[in-house]
Design a binder for this molecule. Structure first.
Ligand code: IPE
Ligand code: IPE
Ligand code: MG
Length: 235
């Protein structure tokens, strides 16, 4: 047993729609409630001594959803960006994972500005994955690596794991230690594919809007009980 608090926890915030449906409410109300849970759990993870948290808010595949739902999700995201200034006061580094080029210029600029302003904070890093896809992440890194080889003094054999990791959207954060997926599904849905190579996986049927601090405690206790061998034999 490693018995340590994970350095990096990643959350797939799933189950908002079902949470709302169960109550006869619109899916968008479920998303709003999920947003409240996100704020509460992010704060609590910091109190627990976790240094990096990453939340999956919108995938490259989620654009397939009805326009009305996508618009509502984007509105919630934009509201979060407006309020996110305050997180600088809380000494939190903010990072946005994913292809920003799809967003309106003003919104993308705001994301970049928040990242720049909060870069100085090293105690706690919150990454929010929006328009993020694990495959897209690996592809954009591969394209940039190819460009390095073409335009600079670099050969394919120079591209090792460390260099490649530095080209991913997550270049500033370590690999995932604990991946938590509420909502009942047992899949990654194109989340941090490279970065979760050795993550401990924790699945629960609890729907994200119902996920509490106590549920995070339970997941961390589960993690502490794991023996992480990374391919080695038990020591
Ligand atoms: C997760 O909740 C939020 C996003 C994917 C944006 P869902 O909207 O997927 O909720 P379910 O899975 O339909 O219940
Ligand atoms: C994963 O949830 C994406 C986010 C939580 C942002 P989905 O609800 O989109 O995943 P699938 O479609 O059930 O795999
Ligand atoms: Mg879902």
């Amino acid at each position: 047993m490693d018995n340590q608090v994970p350095l990096h926890i990643a959350f797939i915030m799933d189950g908002n729609g079902r949470w709302a449906k169960k109550r006869g409410l619109s899916r968008n109300i479920g998303h709003k409630k999920g947003g409240d849970t996100f704020r509460e759990i992010a704060k609590y993870a910091k109190d627990c001594g976790v240094k990096y948290v990453t939340f999956f808010a919108f995938s490259t595949e989620n654009w397939k959803r009805p326009k009305e739902e996508v618009d509502a999700l984007m509105k919630l995201f934009s509201e979060y960006l407006d309020e996110a200034e305050s997180y600088a006061k809380e000494k939190t580094r903010l990072i946005f994972l994913g292809d920003k080029s799809i967003f309106a210029r003003e919104m993308a600029a705001k994301m970049t500005e928040l990242e720049k302003k909060s870069k100085q904070f090293s105690d706690f890093t919150l990454s929010l994955a929006v328009n993020y896809g694990g495959k897209d992440d690996i592809l954009q890194a591969a394209r940039r690596a190819a460009k390095f080889c073409r335009d600079r003094d670099l050969t394919p054999s120079d591209i090792d794991e460390k260099f490649f990791s530095g080209l991913l959207y997550t270049s500033a954060v370590p690999d995932v230690d604990l991946l938590i997926r509420p909502g009942g599904e047992r899949r990654l849905s194109n989340f941090l594919l490279w970065q979760s190579a050795y993550a401990e996986l924790y699945f629960t049927d609890i729907l994200w809007p119902d996920f509490t601090k106590k549920d995070l405690d339970t997941a961390i206790e589960y993690y502490k009980g794991r023996n992480r061998r990374f391919g080695n034999i038990e020591k």
